[in-house]
Design a protein around this ligand. Structure first.
Ligand SMILES: *[C@@H]1O[C@H](CO)[C@@H](O)[C@H](O)[C@H]1NC(C)=O
Ligand SMILES: *[C@@H]1O[C@H](CO)[C@@H](O)[C@H](O)[C@H]1NC(C)=O
Length: 362
């Protein structure tokens, strides 16, 4: 695979010393119909996900994931979190069958991060992309057991700010748009998911997996969000996913002039239904140590341990769902669920024993 040079903007940004947070690749861990955040216990979950991160991933995940996992597909070797999104699919306009679109590594990344396979790139931004501003805005890492989602498969009109698409030309990302590109993209389709940065300081989850968070993200960029509100006063790292979906193998199977847009998410909703899930799993206080420092930028972050992507790529999980997901398929839910179990309600006990004291954000 060939990648073009880093964009001019990025090179300009790297010319000055920058402290802003972590950015690193995670290779694909698995693609299965599992969703321990929104549909815990469902085997399979409603739709297919592309999942990266630690090997404690399972249909149900509670407690200290970082203490349970033994490997991760992420470059930061103490990060056993799981990160997942709905899988992208190509729906053939001629015969209506579906083929999954594979993710490919986001480029460019800095030294040592080459060799990621598929997957996505993660950011934990402290303030914005050029400074951490830690003196006025301390950042609190998530506690063990924490999870959240952003966006919703049920959204039919317009997604929240920070959830976007770009049509890539080679390595150039192109204009940020809110829907699947209407033209063929020679570099694939780039998607971004910015998570909310304000937490209520009490709940590890909430019934909709979102109301324990407050989404102050109001643009498509890595700008600092406005101050956290009193209801959700704790500033957490601003988590972002970036994914390049390799749509190029399908470019000769559709004609933008005559065909409807052939790209769909695995839930077959609209582009506005783009969403993402985060389940915290850093070992011990590793993320807090990274967030407390003014030395983190991209994958250069002092004491935070890294691994070669060749080692990260060895991390796997078992195939819990056991269904064939490759090739052209007649439908998106590949087979009847093995168990007729419906979606279980999350236990309401997912609360911190000792809530984080409310500190105003600046
Ligand atoms: C997955 O979770 C179930 C219980 O929810 C447990 O019995 C099983 O051992 C777990 N599997 C792995 C591989 O962690
Ligand atoms: C549908 O079209 C794809 C792409 O041309 C082809 O590979 C596949 O075999 C077709 N499937 C059916 C059922 O016709």
């Amino acid at each position: 695979m060939k990648y073009s040079k880093p964009s001019v903007g990025l090179l300009a940004a790297l010319a000055v010393p920058i402290q802003a947070g972590l950015r690193f690749p995670c290779s694909s861990l698995t693609a299965q119909r599992l969703d321990p955040a929104a549909q815990p216990g469902s085997l399979p979950s409603a739709h297919l996900h592309m999942i990266v991160g630690g090997n404690a991933f399972n249909a149900t995940m509670e407690g200290d994931v970082g203490a349970r996992a033994t490997c991760t597909t992420c470059q930061m070797s103490e990060d056993f979190s799981n990160y997942w999104v709905a899988h992208m699919f190509f729906k053939d306009p001629k015969n209506g069958t579906y083929h999954r679109v594979m993710p490919m590594p986001v480029q460019p990344l800095l030294g040592g991060s080459q060799g990621a396979k598929g997957g996505l790139t993660i950011y934990y931004t402290q303030f914005d992309l050029s400074k951490d501003n830690l003196k006025t805005q301390p950042v609190k890492a998530f506690p063990a057991g924490f999870r959240m989602t952003v966006g919703s498969p049920n959204e039919k009109t317009k997604q929240h700010a920070g959830l976007s698409y770009q049509c890539m030309t080679g390595g150039n990302r192109g204009t940020i748009i809110s829907t699947f590109p209407a033209q063929k993209c020679t570099g694939g389709i780039f998607t971004t998911h910015h998570f909310p940065p304000c937490w209520d300081g009490k709940n590890l989850d909430s019934p909709d997996h979102q109301s324990h968070m407050y989404n102050t993200v109001n643009s498509e960029y890595f700008n600092n969000a406005p101050a956290c509100p009193a209801s959700h006063p704790v500033r957490v790292p601003q988590v972002t996913f970036e994914i390049t979906w390799d749509t190029t193998p399908f470019n000769n199977l559709w004609d933008p002039k005559t065909d409807a847009n052939p790209f769909v998410w695995s839930f077959e909703g609209t582009a506005a239904g783009t969403h993402a899930d985060y389940l915290f799993g850093w070992k011990g206080d590793a993320l807090q140590r990274a967030m407390d420092k003014s030395e983190c930028f991209y994958d250069g972050c002092g004491a935070i341990k890294k691994q070669a992507m060749a080692d990260a790529n060895k991390c796997t999980v078992k195939d819990f769902v056991k269904e064939e997901i490759d090739g052209f398929k007649a439908q998106l839910s590949y087979r009847t669920p093995r168990t007729a179990r419906s979606v279980r309600e999350r236990p309401s006990t997912l609360r911190l024993a000792h809530p984080v004291p409310a500190k105003p954000c600046h």
